[in-house]
Design a protein around this ligand. Structure first.
Ligand code: HEC
Length: 132
């Protein structure tokens, strides 16, 4: 190969890498309006919410405090619930139960469901909280 050909091949290769990388990282950036939980998670979360949270928080509670969380990653909200709630027994539920409860709250708030399961280990830190 001539020197110019090598440079050309390298340039093409690098631009493909860059495009792939750029679109991959773009795809991970989502907001709550992009359908970040499934209907099945909402159904699974209903009973747990009822028995573990409902006694102290009705839906109005989340609506009133939501603006404090706007522009923050959803992961932060999930961590707060896991670390502090239920206030009489923090951390007492399983991770999946907290995640399903969160799906339930998002659904009640009016955010759309989608095909992708909400998962604290898969990109929840890339989901930005917005107003419904
Ligand atoms: C025994 C009553 C009680 C139960 C049960 C309870 N909470 Fe709370 N929760 C509180 C109190 C008290 C606060 C703090 C005061 C406030 O913000 O009103 C709070 C605060 C919160 C906050 C705001 C945290 C912050 O830092 O902004 C969220 C979100 C929340 N609770 C979600 C939940 C969820 C989800 C459950 C069920 C897993 C739950 N709570 C169960 C009493 C409770």
């Amino acid at each position: 190969m001539k020197r110019t050909e090598i440079v050309l091949v390298l340039t093409v290769f690098l631009s493909i890498c860059f495009t792939t990388f750029a679109s991959a990282s773009y795809a991970q950036q989502r907001t709550l309006l992009d359908g970040v939980y499934t209907d099945a998670q909402v159904t699974a979360g209903e009973d747990v919410y009822e028995s573990s949270c409902n006694a102290c928080h009705d839906l109005k509670f989340y609506r009133d405090m939501w603006k404090v969380w706007v522009d923050k990653p959803l992961m932060n909200f999930w961590y707060t619930i896991v670390a502090e709630m239920p206030s009489d027994n923090p951390g007492s539920l399983m991770d999946t139960e907290y995640t399903n409860i969160l799906a339930n709250i998002l659904s009640e708030m009016g955010f759309p469901s989608g095909d992708t399961e909400l998962d604290p280990n898969k990109g929840m830190d890339q989901i930005t909280i917005v107003m419904p």
